[in-house]
Design a protein around this ligand. Sequence first.
Ligand code: PMP
Length: 287
Amino acid sequence: QWIYLNGEYVAKHEAKISVFDHGFLYGDGIFEGIRIYNGNIFKCKEHLDRLYDSAKSIMLDIPLSYSEMERALIETIRKNGMNDGYIRLVVSRGDGNLGLDPRRCPKANVVIIVEQLAIYPPEAYVNGLKSVSVSTRRNIPDALNPKIKSLNYLNNILVKIQANLAGAGEAIMLNAQGYVAEGSSDNIFIVKNGVVFTPPCYVGALEGITRGAILEICGKIGLPVRIEPFTLHDVYVADEVFFTGTAAEVIATCEVDGRVIGSGKAGPITTRLLEEFRKIVEIDGLK
Ligand code: PMP
């Protein structure tokens, strides 16, 4: 396995970052998780747009141009002979001193890892995940804006721990006002009377690339969509509830806080959206 590390390709056990890197010391950095399907980088432009927007927002200079980054991704995939898998692209503030001032970090560290993906077993897409709502609230705009895909994932990790303790596969995170925001690392959708709902990002959700792809598919196949805030009550009484994310794709949750959702299995709209999604991943990507 070859890791891209600041312009070089190094073996996995030699891919090392300094303990003075501010990504390590402070979680100061950004990242993307991207899928490779059939040798294509799925939604490459969308992921790189989000990466460069996150960088701009936190005043982080990425030492590669957009096209250099594209080439680095393609070359890392090629070197690893990967046809289907996952790319983790990390840009941290770089090596500094123990103070948190980013001016002491002259150059960002850039890492690209490609790996096989540990995905849910096929039956999970039929039977759905069990999920629970958790007490940890989603980061609020200004402090840790959910639109910035930063290395500060402590909230999400606390959420994952709560889900693990409850024996659930995903969690439902609310914002400070109690509106449903998203999962621990997935966006959330509900379906009621044939209408698909997802929270707006200002409620406290990452602008997920898979979320965007699903909204596009809904438009294409004529499913009505409403992007509006909703509560846990709406989730409990929904006909279908599903999560979307780069790794998870489209996965139903059939039990939320002990309430059975719909038939207790992935519903027809979730199943259709997953089918349509899997059709586009094969063709829609950067070769
Ligand atoms: N929300 C959070 C907090 C995430 O980390 C992710 C990425 N795994 C998502 C949603 C889903 O986004 P995407 O579809 O771009 O992977």
